[in-house]
Every structure is written in structure tokens, then in C-alpha cells.
Design a protein around this ligand. Structure first.
Ligand code: GLC
Ligand code: CA
Length: 541
């Protein structure tokens, strides 16, 4: 292993929504100025890479995933100058920045679409996907059922139907068109020049699938290579981080078996099985999911997460497994979404139970890949099911016990800050947790620090060890002659395992001579095999 500088192999990614983070100018809407003021906080947490959700000018009918200008900053959040200033300050804090690349579709308000629909001769007409007659599959393939009811809608101005994989206000770009592809690269080139370290690429399977009336479904993986090539010529260390919720046998199509497509992908299969393990106490399906997603090329990496900015999608579990996760974490139908997911944050799903929250994050931080956390996770924020759809878990960050949780000094905020008895800002906020050494925030800070001191997880080969118990998962990582073992008991009862080697506990004083370890209910351990001296011998340069 010669290449050391694949920074993303051991990054700590923090996903932030500028609009919902901090409002500095008091208009009720989060902004870049506010985010900048919190960079010290994020650096203190140990974040090494910020992933900024869409901040481009947009009608925001899908929280900015309906872009109306790819080359700008929504004036509600600040200016292009603020963005550049943020990039500068993030670099000063040792943080990289990646941004969302939402190029499967535009907003219906995008000037390209407005021109395309109004003028059949417009050069933008061919940038979208049209049909004179209503195509046969017009009511198939929706991503957001039952809110979304079709994938083809009639446009009375163009007097044609247009294709939209997502909502009807998100017309699909014809991503097979050479002109559209050139424009996509122009967009990437633009943000790269402004200093980003790569892109979270939205909805990748749809970007590369054939689009048009009555077409046969096919994926053009060549386009992923085209994007990678462009990116790497422009900036060698930038990455493409794909949102592609695909079955494991398609992983290599997306990574490219010659290290030539996506650098990173979110591991949705493992994510769903983590929740199944937490719900059932059985880690065996999770082990299978890890094994099935094991193979990936040298420069590729998985991104692991617990919750993201979307519903917890359980579509890849069996019906019985999904049912169990629903019953355990979202028995109230109101908490379920699109027939496949849960619209909640993690802490309330686990009843705010600190042991289980630690177990879940400790497990996530030791999965083979790079951890991704989401704003508010670090203080155990809750959700508000009175808000529609995915807004339930997209509420503003809770900074303090001040009005609106210190998010904003305005009378009204863009979305109400959670103010209930259990997870409201008076009880759950960053300021109080900072002062309390035993808070969840400080625990997260410690576990992030530990994750950084265990590069074996991001780089190493791994192996699931037999523990003799379906409730206890033990993974051993090896890299450059060093080995680390992470053990997690997802059951409420204690279990005993026999590791057969001398283990040094990295999180507490309770070491093991290798004969047996009893792990309490929901317990977790990070061990170094052999002596602690080995920690230093394999350090990164
Ligand atoms: C992705 C995003 C989601 C968005 C959709 C349409 O799935 O994660 O939030 O609604 O794409 O862009
Ligand atoms: Ca503001």
C-alpha cells in the first residue's frame, strides 16, 4: 500500500444544512455567516470534512434539491463572497468541504426549463425529456409515493409531457445529451475552482439511466467514468461520493473495477441492517450485509451513517425484517413514510436511551469505511412528527436554552425549533452539553478522537470473528501489522466471548488477557491486539 494520501479513507464527515444551522443576521433563516461562526465548534468535535446540503438558488420545494441556478448561492443564505470566505475559514480549521451535485433534474423554475418549455427551438429543449403522447409508464417508477403520483406530467406551455423521476417540479435533465454532460462538468469545474474537495452526487442510478418514453431500463456507467476523469484531471484529490441505493451485486458497477468511477458510496444495505440488528438483537443479517458489500477497489471507500437527510429507507430488508424495524422504532404510522421508511431521528427511535445511542454510534464508527454524521446527531436531537414528510427530522440545530434554541434571534424561524418536553431545546442543546463532561456531545467528541487514532478501520483488511453469539459482533481490522478488534453487543443481556488473544482496551482500563470477556447489555469495546506500543509503530506519516 503505497498511497497514503487518500484523505477520505479516514475522514470524519459532518452533513450540514446551512438553512437550519445558525442564523447570524436574525431573519429566521440559517446562513453562511452563522455556519462560519460555528467552525470552531465543528473543529472541536473533530470534523475533517463538511458536506453542505444544497444552498443554490432554488424555490426550495424539495429543500434545495430543485436547483434554479447551479452557479450561485441562494441570497437567503449569503453571497458567493460568503461561500468563498467559508472555504477559506474551513481550510484554516483543517476541514475540507464537499457540496451536493444535483444534476439528475433541475427546478421547474430553472431558466433552462423555462426557455425549453416556451420555445421549441430553444437549445435547452433537448436538455429535458419530452413526449408528445402520454407514455405508457407515466404512473410507474415514482420515488416518493403516494405524495408523488406520476413520472410524466403534461406541460400546457410546451404541449408535451415531460419526464420527472422525482416530483413534478423537478424535470429530469437528459443526462445522455453531450451538451448536458458538458454543462455538468462545467458545474463541477466551477465549484472545484472555488475550493471544494468533491461532490456528494445526488441520485446517481437515475442520472445514468436511460430516459425517454417507453425506453428499456439501462444504465450508462461510462458517464461515471467521464465524471471521474474530468474531476481528477482538474483536481487530483477531489472525490465523488455517490448516493446510490443499489443491491450489492451492482456495487462494482458504480465504483468501477479499475478504480475509475465513484470514489465513495453510502452503504445503504449495511445501514438498513444496522437498524435491523438494533431492533432484533441479531447481528447475523448485518454480517451478511457487510460480507456482501466487502469487495471494492483500492481507492474506493464506503460511507457509513446512521441517519441521513432523508427518511430511514428500509426497502432492502425482507418484509418481515422491515415490519420488525417499523414495530420497534416507528409503531405509529405517522412516523412512517413512502411505504418504506421512517421519518425520525435516531435518539427518539432509541427512546433517548444513552446506552443504546452509544452502542449505535460506536458500531457505526467501527464499520469498514468512513463515518458520516449529520448535524444535531452529536447532541441527540429529536424529531417533530407534526411537521410534514421529511421536515420532521430537518428542524433547526439546538444550540442553547435561549429562545429558538439559540438558532435565531428572529420572531419566527424557517421551521420551528423542537420545543417538547423530552427533546426540546431547553433539555437538549449544545451549550449545556458542552459544560457537562458526561454529555453525549462530549462522548461523541471522544469517540471521534478515538476513531481518528484507529486508521486501521479506514484502511485495513477486516474479518468478522466468531463470537459464539448472534448478539455480539466482533470485527478485527488489520493494517501494517497492527490489529484492532471492535466488539458490540446489540442485546439487552450480557454475553461472554473468548477472544483468544491479549487485548488492550482503548476506551477504558478494563483490558483482557484473552480468556474471556463479558460484555454488558448494549455494551461495546474497542481493543488493540497485543500491546499499546503497537499503536505508534504504524502511524500515518
Ligand atoms: C436524493 C436526496 C433527496 C432528494 C432527492 C431528489 O434522494 O437525498 O433529499 O429529495 O434526491 O433530488
Ligand atoms: Ca439569516
Amino acid at each position: 500500500m503505497l498511497i497514503q494520501d487518500l484523505w477520505y479513507k479516514n475522514a470524519v464527515v459532518y452533513c450540514v444544512n446551512v438553512e437550519r444551522f445558525v442564523d447570524a443576521n436574525g431573519d429566521g433563516i440559517g446562513d453562511f455567516e452563522g455556519l462560519m461562526r460555528r467552525l470552531d465548534y465543528l473543529a472541536g468535535l473533530g470534523v475533517t470534512c463538511l458536506w453542505i446540503l444544497p444552498f443554490y438558488p432554488s424555490p426550495r420545494r424539495d429543500d434545495g434539491y430543485d436547483v434554479a441556478d447551479y452557479y450561485g448561492v441562494d441570497p437567503r443564505y449569503g453571497t458567493a463572497g460568503d461561500f468563498v470566505e467559508l472555504m477559506h475559514q474551513a481550510r484554516e480549521h483543517g476541514m475540507r468541504v464537499i457540496v451536493d451535485l444535483v444534476i439528475n433534474h433541475t427546478s421547474i423554475q430553472h431558466p433552462w426549463f423555462r426557455d425549453a418549455r416556451a420555445n421549441p427551438k430553444s437549445k435547452y429543449r433537448d436538455w429535458y425529456v419530452w413526449s408528445k403522447k402520454r407514455p405508457r409508464g407515466w404512473n410507474k417508477g415514482m420515488v416518493f409515493p403516494p405524495v408523488q403520483t406520476s413520472t410524466w406530467s403534461y406541460d400546457p406551455v410546451a404541449r408535451h409531457y415531460y419526464f420527472h423521476r422525482f416530483f413534478d417540479f423537478q424535470p429530469d435533465l437528459d443526462t445522455a445529451s453531450p451538451e448536458v454532460r458538458t454543462e455538468i462538468k462545467r458545474i463541477m469545474g466551477y465549484w472545484l475552482e472555488l475550493g471544494v474537495s468533491g461532490f456528494r452526487v445526488d441520485a446517481v442510478p437515475f442520472v445514468i439511466s436511460t430516459k425517454g418514453p417507453d425506453v428499456k431500463p439501462r444504465h450508462d456507467f461510462g458517464f461515471l467514468r467521464e465524471m471521474r476523469e474530468f474531476l481528477q484531471w482538474r483536481q487530483g484529490d477531489a472525490v465523488l461520493f455517490a448516493e446510490a441505493n443499489v443491491p450489492p451485486n451492482a456495487d462494482l458497477d458504480y465504483f468501477g473495477d479499475r478504480d475509475d468511477r465513484m470514489h465513495m458510496m453510502f452503504n445503504f444495505v449495511v445501514n438498513q441492517n444496522v437498524f435491523y440488528a438494533l431492533a432484533s438483537g441479531d447481528t447475523r443479517p448485518l454480517v451478511r450485509a457487510l460480507e456482501r458489500t466487502r469487495q471494492h477497489p483500492m481507492t474506493a471507500q464506503w460511507g457509513h451513517f446512521l441517519r441521513n437527510n432523508d427518511e430511514l429507507d428500509l426497502g432492502r430488508l425482507t418484509d418481515a425484517q422491515r415490519q420488525l424495524v417499523f414495530e420497534t422504532f416507528a409503531p405509529d404510522k405517522k412516523a412512517q413514510l413512502y411505504g418504506r421508511g421512517i421519518r425520525r431521528r435516531l435518539a427518539p427511535m432509541l427512546d433517548g436511551d444513552r446506552r443504546r445511542m452509544e452502542l449505535a454510534y460506536s458500531l457505526m464508527f467501527t464499520l469498514p469505511g468512513t463515518p458520516v454524521i449529520r448535524y444535531g446527531d452529536e447532541i441527540g436531537m429529536g424529531d417533530n412528527l407534526a411537521l410534514p414528510d421529511r421536515q420532521a427530522f430537518r428542524t433547526p440545530m439546538q444550540w442553547s436554552a435561549e429562545p429558538h434554541g439559540g438558532f435565531s434571534a428572529a420572531k419566527r424561524t424557517v421551521l420551528p425549533v423542537i420545543d417538547d418536553e423530552v427533546f426540546g431545546y431547553r433539555r437538549v442543546n449544545a451549550a449545556d452539553q458542552r459544560r457537562d463532561p458526561d454529555s453525549f456531545l462530549n462522548w461523541i467528541e471522544r469517540i471521534v478522537r478515538m476513531r481518528k487514532e484507529v486508521p486501521e478501520i479506514g484502511w485495513g483488511d477486516w474479518q468478522v470473528l466468531g463470537t459464539g453469539s448472534p448478539h455480539v459482533l466482533a470485527i478485527r481490522y488489520e493494517w501494517r501489522g497492527n490489529a484492532v478488534v471492535a466488539v458490540h453487543n446489540v442485546d439487552a443481556k450480557p454475553h461472554t466471548i473468548r477472544p483468544g488473544a491479549k487485548l488492550v482496551n482503548l476506551l477504558s482500563d478494563d483490558h483482557s488477557d484473552g480468556h474471556k470477556i463479558t460484555i454488558e447489555g448494549y455494551g461495546y469495546r474497542w481493543y488493540r491486539v497485543g500491546g499499546l506500543g503497537e499503536t505508534l509503530s504504524g502511524e500515518r506519516a
